[in-house]
Write a protein that binds this ligand. Structure first.
Ligand SMILES: Cc1cc2nc3c(=O)[nH]c(=O)nc-3n(C[C@H](O)[C@H](O)[C@H](O)COP(=O)(O)O)c2cc1C
Length: 300
């Protein structure tokens, strides 16, 4: 009843681990898979290792968390060695890659594709060094170019993970589709900050960071709803999913699967099983026979 197909990937339920949350080692990804996730997305990796931002990098705020981890990662070569372990979980393992040049994305994707992942998610929330100040995900042309180059480099499904820190996210989604993306993930964290009023300083070591959790759900849901009406490729909803009700909202907005990030930190690893069960209860109570029955219902 809960099985879904997402751009050719078979998921036994529509819950997916979001990138950057527990996804830094094969063992952690395996644990998430064994705890009921339908698929797992690894932490974003680049062609060279990266230390990340100074502490504090994660702080709790009302209805969410703020993070400025700064893409700390061991680099694709090191991470590629972990994939074999993650694959023992028996669910699709999706690698996430980032880069500061188009060719960095393609090179990283190639190495992880060779290591056996099922798909590549492109973290487009990264600045481009050649077009100073522009995020790949905030510039339709750059986004299209990254997707096209990665599609040329690998023969796997490629998903573009979009940022909502833009004027028109639908325009970027369409550009990614035109570039050959097989799916879209919406959304990444929203640019935000918090201030320690006693110390009179920003709380995060990096001063600004990304907001996630229940407080961003209405924004992410709106993005999914708008994108799903304008593209023909499937959408993964991401932002504040903690309960089955949240997931059902995303499915009705047109998503075919949902990613869970902050929800893992607040509801524990069992969040995948719980959300899947709550979706199932909803379907059974209303007489639906499968997840697909409710996808896009709110679009009509
Ligand atoms: C601590 C932390 C680290 C993250 N690292 C990444 C990352 O490496 N790559 C990425 O694409 N998104 C990253 N994200 C964003 C999440 O994947 C997700 O898009 C966002 O948190 C919204 O979903 P949520 O509200 O369920 O957490 C990170 C989020 C958090 C909280």
């Amino acid at each position: 009843m809960l099985d879904v197909e997402f751009a050719g990937l078979k998921l036994n339920n529509p819950t997916v681990l979001a990138s950057g949350i527990l996804g830094t080692t094969g063992a952690a990804l395996l644990r998430v898979a064994r705890n009921g996730a339908g698929a797992v997305v690894a932490k974003s990796c680049g062609i060279v290792p990266r230390e990340g931002h100074p502490n504090p990098t994660v702080i709790e705020i009302e209805q969410g968390i703020l993070n400025a981890v700064g893409l700390s990662n061991p680099g694709v070569e090191e991470f590629a060695k972990e994939i074999k372990i993650a694959l023992q979980g028996g669910v699709p393992v999706i690698a996430s890659v980032y880069g500061f040049r188009v060719e960095d994305y393609a090179a990283a994707a190639r190495i992880l594709a060779d290591a056996g992942v099922a798909a590549i998610e492109l973290n487009l929330s990264c600045p481009n060094v050649e077009k100073v100040g522009a995020l790949f995900g905030a510039d339709a042309e750059l986004a299209l170019e990254v997707v096209r180059e990665v599609k040329r480099a690998v023969s796997l499904p490629v998903f573009a993970k979009l940022t909502a820190n833009v004027g028109d996210i639908v325009e970027i989604a369409k550009a990614c589709e035109e570039g050959g993306a097989d799916g879209v993930t919406a959304i990444n964290t929203l640019k935000a900050m918090a201030i320690d009023i006693r110390a009179k300083t920003p709380l995060l070591g990096n001063k600004v960071g990304g907001l996630s959790g229940p407080c961003i759900k209405p924004i992410a849901l709106r993005c999914v709803y708008e994108i799903a009406q304008e593209v023909d490729i499937p959408v993964m909803g991401c932002g504040g999913v903690t309960t089955g009700k949240d997931a059902v909202e995303y499915l009705m907005a047109g998503a075919q699967a949902v990613q869970i990030g902050t929800g893992v930190l607040t509801r524990g690893l069992s969040v995948f099983r719980k959300v899947a069960l709550e979706i199932q209860e909803f379907l059974e109570e209303r007489g639906y026979s499968c997840v697909d029955d409710i996808v896009g219902l709110a679009l009509k």
